[in-house]
Design a protein around this ligand. Structure first.
Ligand SMILES: NC(=O)c1ccc[n+]([C@@H]2O[C@H](COP(=O)([O-])OP(=O)(O)OC[C@H]3O[C@@H](n4cnc5c(N)ncnc54)[C@H](OP(=O)(O)O)[C@@H]3O)[C@@H](O)[C@H]2O)c1
Length: 338
């Protein structure tokens, strides 16, 4: 029988769009052990949680010490730097992080030695993108016997009510210069779409974890006209005032559905393999991925140190596990599976 580590599960951002799903799933599996946290003290306390501000690592240390028996912190909001991870690892507290910003994930990865020394495990690249994209990339990479190039495509539903922090992240990403060309891609359930290069962290970590030189992640929305408008504003989005206006519009306009799709194409010479996943409500599915990862971590099956999700064999079948939540995995082509 699997033994599950004891201690509390601190879900930071636990009443946000992603965090609420994480907290609900973990409460089901680990009743009485989940503590929800955010900056709104009244809201957190109503949920039996605590006030936490991730921009204040010293305050976070005091919270961890006050709670005393935190086994794992699930980060469902992006902190400004690796200070929160540092506070966790110093105390041997495990970490699951849904962050999607390369600089932040690189900062946490640099703390690998500290995490390992304290017996802590951290899982990064947790969610839909990064997360499921990393897992599909690994499958496609293996299907061609080691990819020379991987193209990842993410389609998000413009009708979904994405959380404030996710909208902030998307608008900031729009302001970054494009590093590759747009691509026309067939996405199951959505048909052919033009997707544009977007700074998801997966394309920066995969070259290191898989050894594939060229990885590009592209984004589109389910609404073609909205995708075109958004990316036409790319240059203008370098101005803070434009980003502010765009954030306000994206938080109010919900044109489209809540379906999402991700696809990974791997190529080596003439060989090509592709996998896709479709589902509804990316915030919910991101939360489910984080909850599954946390449960696996608590069984003690994951090694200590800092890992991206695609480096952990115990999590390789996570896409199949999500079938019960309406997430459909498809192999779109490639050499026969070995
Ligand atoms: N890997 C993936 O596939 C994936 C997918 C979706 C989202 N994400 C990332 O997940 C994050 C959350 O997205 P979301 O859609 O859930 O956003 P959200 O709905 O805005 O949720 C953020 C939560 O964090 C709390 N929070 C905000 N600032 C905080 C701070 N300084 N200290 C403590 N808590 C704070 C918020 O509550 P208060 O404002 O009351 O504090 C809220 O509960 C984003 O960074 C996004 O980029 C990743």
């Amino acid at each position: 029988m699997t033994t599950v580590k004891s201690g509390r599960l601190l879900v930071v951002g636990g009443y946000g769009a992603v965090g609420a799903t994480v907290a609900a799933a973990l409460v089901d599996w680990f009743p009485g052990r989940v503590v929800v946290a955010g900056r709104d003290a009244a809201r957190a306390l109503r949920l039996g949680g605590v006030r936490v501000d991730v921009t204040d690592p010293d305050g976070f240390r005091r919270t961890l010490d006050g709670l005393g028996d935190v086994a794992v912190v699930v980060m469902c909001v992006e902190p400004p730097d690796a200070g929160i991870a540092h506070a966790c690892f110093e105390r041997g507290v495990h970490l699951v992080d849904i962050g999607a910003t390369r600089r932040l994930l690189d900062g946490v990865a640099e703390l690998d030695g500290l995490a390992a020394a304290g017996g802590a495990t951290a899982v990064l690249s947790v969610g839909v993108a990064p997360g499921l994209t990393n897992l599909l990339a690994r499958r496609a990479h293996e299907a061609v016997g080691g990819a020379e190039r991987i193209d990842l495509t993410v389609l998000l539903g413009a009708g979904e009510r994405h959380g404030a922090d996710a909208v902030r992240w998307t608008v900031e990403g729009l302001a970054e210069p494009a590093t590759a060309r747009p691509l026309r891609v067939e996405l199951p359930g959505h048909g052919p779409r033009t997707a544009y290069p977007f700074p998801f962290s997966d394309q920066h970590t995969l070259p290191r974890t898989l050894g594939t030189v060229q990885v590009t992640t592209r984004l589109c929305l389910d609404s073609g006209p909205l995708t075109g408008t958004l990316f036409a504003l790319r240059r203008a989005a370098r101005h803070p005032a434009v980003r502010q206006a765009l954030t306000a519009v994206l938080r109010r306009v919900h044109a489209g559905g809540d379906g999402f799709a991700v696809r990974a194409d791997a190529r080596r010479g003439d060989l090509h393999a592709a996998y896709a996943l479709t589902g509804r409500a990316q915030s919910r599915v991101t939360g489910l991925v984080a909850a599954y990862v946390t449960r696996e971590l608590l069984t003690g099956s994951l090694p200590v140190g800092v890992h991206h999700i695609e480096g952990l064999a115990a999590l390789a079948r996570l896409p199949e596990a999500l079938a019960e939540h309406g997430v459909a995995l498809q192999r779109l082509g490639g050499p026969p599976e070995g």
